[in-house]
Design a protein around this ligand. Structure first.
Ligand code: HEC
Length: 469
């Protein structure tokens, strides 16, 4: 939960300090308390030095200027330079921390839409209502419509469910693959083949159990006949020696384009492997829709590289979608603490994780001072602090005409649905459509242009329908 009472942050900070072991001495909160709080206040609200959370900056608002003041100081005005005491990476962590605290302060001043069923909610350019479609699900990780109007839903603990004419089939599809349902792993993405009406193929991406408690993202296709998963074929499966222990960062989303299938695998918590082309994790991949490796993939001729790799240096891609007008492939990537990313995915590129990042470790210790480097891609947008970015969809329907081609991004911890306006490859506006009705895990557009969302805690499927006055 976010801190909502102006008195509480200080108490939480103090409690946190007392319980911190010495080994965590590098935690950014401690650095702040030790070196900065005497002048800028316990909660960054200001004192001898100005407030660091009021949004006004004398020496420049961007990250580079804030870092420069911390490093060099403004000695004549009473701000000492810390370049000799703090490393560049610690300075970077302080910038992330200042952004986090500023976002919390700003959020206390903001009111959000928190829709209740059936009530008309006004957002910036459209009014909508929220309708309940299904309840009693575990974590609905992925949503996909079939051309006949049925909605497929994966539940992360391993069930594939069908919603037909607004009603959830009581019995899950039988015979789907056994999944490694631990941590963040399980049954993840579902997507029908673009020619499903002709060929009946449905694709599943999931955490595949390997030897000795390991797992790795695998992709299969099959058909549903009489409520059963049948005729399964492997589309992607890594060699068993590349499977990994650990329960985090599986990716994984599926996108089809022109006979190709794109899919994502997170770094599996082994961050350096995102830079290692001999490993499948921390990558976006491309195969033919039957699993064959395309001859023109960027690393097919690179010795030791996995030929399915399309891009690398991707931490944990949770969203993947094609822009409806340009056909470009866009991706959302879960960052560490700070540094969630929106990326434009181009073949062969290195997206930098963990060599460059705008975030820091979850415990407040720095990862690196580098946010950019020659030969590594910058995100189109980064969210610092993190919004715990999830799934994404470009809106292409008619029901909400003024949302046309806007990007909708789901978020977990802040429980928000965000709308991003994109012009010429840049994000020009961002809006929180609602907040606070559960972690928003999955999104897809319905055949009638309404937006379907998978919520967790409790697991539900809702949709946004237009409610014009
Ligand atoms: C001895 C008191 C003192 C300490 C300690 C101190 N500051 Fe400052 N800080 C100031 C003062 C005074 C200013 C205003 C300087 C000015 O207006 O030119 C300032 C300005 C700044 C600014 C620029 C704000 C703006 O409006 O552009 C930043 C950023 C900043 N401090 C961060 C920090 C951080 C981070 C630390 C701890 C590592 C820290 N300060 C420690 C006194 C202090």
């Amino acid at each position: 939960m976010r801190i909502s009472n102006g008195m509480r942050p200080g108490l939480i900070l103090l409690a946190g300090l007392w319980s911190l072991p010495d080994a965590a001495a590098q935690d950014v909160r401690r650095i702040y308390q030790e070196y900065c709080a005497s002048c800028h206040g316990q909660n960054l609200q200001g004192g001898l030095g100005g407030s660091l959370v009021d949004g006004s900056w004398r020496h420049g608002a961007d990250d580079d200027n804030v870092a420069r003041v911390i490093r060099d100081g403004v000695v004549e005005n009473g701000m000492p330079g810390f370049g000799e005491v703090l490393s560049e990476a610690q300075t970077r962590a302080l910038v992330v921390y200042i952004r986090e605290m500023a976002a919390q302060a700003a959020e206390r001043q903001t009111s959000f839409n928190r829709p209740t069923p059936a009530a008309v909610v006004r957002s910036e350019v459209h009014a909508y209502r929220l309708e309940m479609i299904a309840e009693g699900l575990e974590i609905p990780w992925s949503l996909a419509f079939l051309p006949d109007g049925r909605l497929l839903v994966t539940e992360r603990d391993g069930r594939l469910r069908v919603i037909e004419q607004g009603r959830l089939h009581r019995v899950p599809v039988a015979g789907t693959p056994a999944v490694w349902a631990q941590g963040q792993g399980g049954l993840l993405a579902v997507a029908p083949h673009p020619d499903y009406a002709k060929n009946g193929w449905i694709y599943l991406a999931y955490s595949d159990p390997g030897p000795g408690g390991t797992a790795m993202t695998a992709i299969v296709r099959g058909r549903i006949r009489d409520g059963r998963w049948t005729e399964q074929q492997d589309i992607f499966r890594a060699p068993p020696e590349l499977y990994r222990r650990g329960g985090v960062h599986f990716g994984c989303r599926l996108v089809f384009q022109d006979g190709y299938l794109f899919f994502t695998i997170g770094d599996r918590g082994a961050q350096n492997e995102a830079q290692d082309l001999s490993r499948p994790n921390g990558k976006v991949h491309r195969v033919h829709d039957d699993g064959r490796v395309p001859a023109d993939n960027p690393f097919v001729h690179t010795a030791g590289a996995l030929p399915t790799i399309w891009t690398y240096g991707n931490r944990n891609p949770q969203g993947l979608a094609l822009h409806p007008a340009t056909g470009e492939l866009w991706e959302t990537e879960h960052g560490p603490r700070g540094g969630d990313e929106l990326n434009l995915i181009r073949p062969g590129r290195n997206y930098g994780w963990p060599v460059i990042t705008h975030g820091m470790n979850y415990n407040g210790t720095p990862i690196t001072a580098l946010t950019a480097k020659e030969g590594m891609e910058q995100p189109v947008l980064h969210w610092t602090p993190s919004i715990a970015v999830g799934d994404m969809v470009f809106y292409a329907g008619e029901a909400f005409p003024r949302w046309k081609h806007n990007l909708f991004v789901t978020t977990l911890a802040p429980e928000e649905l965000r709308r991003l306006v994109i012009e010429d490859g840049r994000v020009t506006h961002e809006e929180a459509i609602f907040k606070g009705i559960g972690r928003v895990r999955a999104i897809t557009e319905g055949p009638d242009g309404s937006l379907f969302l998978g919520l967790e805690g409790p697991g539900r499927i809702v949709r946004l329908v237009p409610a014009e006055p």
